[in-house]
Design a protein around this ligand. Structure first.
Ligand code: FMN
Length: 195
C-alpha cells in the first residue's frame, strides 16, 4: 500500500468542492457504470449493500424530481446532467444469502425491523460517501443535497414503498463561478481523541 500523490489527494479531498452549477455536457452511461463499479467495493456491514441508485438524466425525470426539491436546489438540479437518487432497499437482507455466504444472516434482519432500518440507513449513507469519492476520482464534480420532501420523492420514484431516499447528488462538470465560499473545517483537536 502506498499513499496517493498530492494531486490525487487534492482531487478527492482538499481541493474538491460542493458544486452549485454544472455544464450541460452529458455524462456517458459508461462513466455511470464505471462509477458504480468503483463505489461498490466500499465496505458495508455484513456486505449488505443496501444502497439503490437512480440516475435521473431525462427532462421528464428532472421535472418530477424538481417538484420535490427545496426552492434553492431546483436550478442546479435542472442544470446538472445527472442527479443521483441515493436510496436504500428496505429488503436489502434478501440478498444476504448470496452476498454474505459466511452464514445465514437474513433472519437477523427479517425479524427485526428496527435493526434492518438502522442498518439500511447507516450503510446506504456510507455508500453515498463512496459514490462521491468515486465520482471525484473519475473527474466528476458533485453536489450532494438533503433539501427535498422525502415523502413526495418516495411516492414519485418508489411508489411500491420498498426503497427510501437517503440523499441526492448532482453530478457533472462544475461551474467554479457558482461555488459558495469554502467553509472552514473543525481541527483535529476539536474532533478527535487518541485513547
Ligand atoms: C448530505 C448532504 C446534504 C446537503 N444538502 C444540501 C442542500 O440541500 N442544498 C445545498 O445547497 N447544499 C447542500 N449540501 C452541501 C453542503 O452545504 C456542502 O457540502 C458543505 O458546506 C461543504 O462544502 P464544500 O464541499 O464546498 O467545502 C449538502 C451536503 C451534504 C453532504
Amino acid at each position: 500500500m502506498t499513499t496517493l500523490d498530492t494531486a490525487a489527494l487534492s482531487q478527492l479531498f482538499s481541493l474538491a468542492r460542493t458544486h452549485n452549477g454544472f455544464a450541460s455536457e452529458p455524462i456517458p452511461e459508461a462513466t455511470l457504470r464505471h462509477l458504480y463499479d468503483l463505489m461498490k467495493w466500499g465496505p458495508t456491514s455484513m456486505n449488505c449493500q443496501p444502497a439503490r441508485l437512480v440516475f435521473v438524466t431525462s427532462p421528464e425525470g428532472k421535472q418530477r424530481l424538481a417538484a420535490t426539491l427545496s426552492p434553492g436546489n431546483v436550478e442546479k438540479t435542472l442544470a446538472a446532467p445527472v442527479t443521483v437518487i441515493v436510496a436504500s432497499d428496505s429488503f436489502f437482507y434478501d440478498h444476504l444469502p448470496t452476498q454474505f455466504p459466511a452464514y445465514d444472516a437474513r433472519p437477523i434482519f427479517a425479524g427485526n425491523a428496527n435493526l434492518a432500518s438502522n442498518t439500511a440507513f447507516r450503510n446506504s449513507s456510507l455508500q453515498g460517501g463512496y459514490l462521491i469519492l468515486a465520482a471525484r476520482a473519475l473527474g466528476l464534480d458533485c453536489g450532494p443535497m438533503s433539501g427535498f420532501d422525502a415523502d413526495k420523492l418516495n411516492a414519485s420514484f418508489f411508489p411500491d414503498g420498498r426503497y427510501h431516499v437517503n440523499f441526492l447528488c448532482n453530478l457533472g462538470i462544475g461551474d467554479p463561478g457558482k461555488l459558495f465560499p469554502r467553509g472552514p473545517r473543525l481541527s483535529f483537536e476539536e474532533t478527535c481523541r487518541i485513547v
